[in-house]
Write a new protein. Structure first.
Length: 154
């Protein structure tokens, strides 16, 4: 319960988080003191500087997989499946900017940071249970809702 309250406090108390849209961003360097778009990774102290705009938004998300348990890593996870064009875009970014990272933001909260070095086919992004179970379920539910809203408008 205390983790859920802390999580809700973080959402409501940080202005910069509300400015970021759901999507994939590129990290933009190591000097976060000079950054206008800095954000702390959920449940960690690490702060990242992100691009001003997402490189992919939810219209590039093809589907959100179910939450599954991975017995090898003893963690729960789910996949974000990108559209073919979204996957090509991430692959192209990875080839041009291998020293940068891909940041996954959901409802203004940085939930994951992925290395781009060595990515050649990027249609699946795995979100691991690095958080408490309430956070993972919230992330999954939020992404699923956004994807459902996006497809119902078409």
């Amino acid at each position: 319960m205390k983790y859920l309250l802390l999580f809700l406090f973080l959402i409501s108390s940080t202005n910069i988080l509300a400015q970021l849209r759901t999507g994939l961003y590129i990290t933009t360097g190591s000097n976060v003191d000079l950054c206008d778009n800095k954000i702390k990774l959920l449940n960690e102290e690490q702060v990242y500087c992100l691009s001003q705009e997402p490189v992919l938004e939810t219209d590039s998300f093809e589907s959100i997989g179910e939450i599954l348990y991975d017995s090898v890593y003893n963690m729960r996870q789910f996949n974000i499946r990108l559209t073919p064009l979204g996957g090509k875009r991430v692959s192209a970014i990875a080839q041009k900017l291998p020293q940068h990272k891909l940041a996954v933001v959901v409802d203004g909260i940085l939930i994951s940071v992925l290395n781009l070095d060595g990515i050649y086919n990027a249609r699946n992004i795995v979100i691991w249970d690095e958080f408490d179970s309430h956070s993972l379920e919230w992330i999954h539910k939020s992404l699923t809702k956004r994807l459902t809203k996006g497809t119902s408008k078409s």
